[in-house]
Design a protein around this ligand. Sequence first.
Ligand code: GAP
Length: 565
Amino acid sequence: MEMEQLVALCKRRGFLFQSSEIYGGLNGFWDYGPLGVELKRNIREAWWRDMVTSHDELEVPPGAPSAYEMTGLDCTIIMHPQVWKCSGHYDQFHDLMQGCRQCKKLFRADQVWEMLRESDWVQSLATTCSPGPSHDLLCVDGLLLLKWAKGKGRKVAPGLALVRNPEVTLSWLAERIEQGVDRPIALTTILQYLATEQLAATGLQTPCPCCGGDLTEPREFNLMFETHTGAIRDESSKAFLRPETAQGIFVNFKNVLDSTRVRIPFGIAQIGKAFRNEITPRNFTFRSREFEQMEIEFFCHPQTSAQWYQYWRDRRFRWYVELGLAGDRLRLRDHDPQELSHYSCGTADIEYAFPFLAPGQFGELEGVAHRGDFDLRSHMEGKLVRRGDQFVVEEGPDGKPRYRGSGKDLSYFDDQTHERYVPHVIEPSAGADRAALAFLCEAYSEDEVPDENGKPTKRVFLRFHPRLAPVKAAVFPLVKKDGMPEVAREIYRTLKPHWNVFYDEKGAIGRRYRRQDEVGTPFCITVDGQTMADGTVTIRDRDTLKQWRVSKEDCLAELRERLTG
Ligand code: GAP
């Protein structure tokens, strides 16, 4: 499946729209349409039900003696600014950014090469040069480069040094690669040469993925959106839109303990919006500036945290598999030991091979992290920094904590063992929008079915798991007469209190089936001539196209069994 096909379907059928589209859209922001909102709600509800309200409390990992409890929270998006100072986001939640001196566009430094490879002008340049033994090696010919720079290059890469000043750049190139006609050079090397006019003065340049111009040195860019609370907009009223939902859970840890009877081990779950001022939002909704997270902070005894980490890593992976993301497009990737913090027994990412990525590449759906006692301690004592293999409170020039913690005791007292300790935390942190995108990509299917004249025609359908399908069933009268619409409406009204169902009486029946297939409706119920004679209707399965008859009174029970069975 090409990503463009899915993007077009999402717009055509009302899954996703660009935010503020009538004003040209706003980069990194997306609106969910009538079907998209149902899909995302079903994902959130499946997560909440499976993780919180109906989790299997008898499931415990080996070595962790007690069953666990789960509870929920819904915290504010804007929190006390000290939260972000102690959590480390205020100082450290940044990406390295580079800007183009010519076209002024901004890029995440770690994405520049990947974007260059995909850019139109690099593709055009690469086809001008002859390929070397591998697709990343090129044989360059100065004359061809000159021709490209004076022709196509002016349009596609006006900022490139080779285009602005071809002779100077080519003379550098010739010198540096020993008159390198026909010698294979790595694409990355040739691009740097072609972006550089005055090597002695500037050093090799990385070109801009959009226009080929010069990029600035990487500089830090904090991803938190800023705002102000109250009427006066100064430093003292500055606040931030939360970049993750997790911190709301940590700062409410004591409130939850004091107001409920939960005992460790237990988890607190939250679903909510998070905001990050991403430098280069891209790949449809994958990297957005406003998105939704589904996070659990699971509190446990330090001695059993390794087992609970394994449990959550496996449980969360299983959740995606159960909802249809099976196969080799889904993987669980453990971080290498050298990627881990010293306190951490592990971090794993659940990843999906999204179709917009290069073959063999995966994008993160969810991270499962063992966070030790880092977060609760930060909110007790102040922002922590690493010193050797310890985390200690960071000090300011006056020797006092750089950012003061709450000073509240966030430890846990076990009244059965009489032990007091700061719990360890396992954090499964998922993105609802990335999950929705992965379920859409996985569901997209095509096959061939005969049309009304028996001619094979392409059918596009979304093979959603029934729990996620935005519409669970559609009800049609075969024709708009002979009492069929009345019977169909009656069935529709019987089903509607239970699920999101759809009634349609317009157009040829084949077209109506196709429209439901395209949005992933698992079942279509049709009232026809036989219904009027014997009271039975047909039920059609979206994936197998099989049809069978049931009594119209049994539609509710039949669907219940098939949707939940
Ligand atoms: N509390 C931990 C945390 O926030 P993260 O890996 O930064 O960890 C967790 O984010 C999940 O949130 C990611 O796995 C992804 O699904 C989602 N996410 C993060 N940034 C996103 C973005 N810009 N757009 C859409 N989803 C995003």
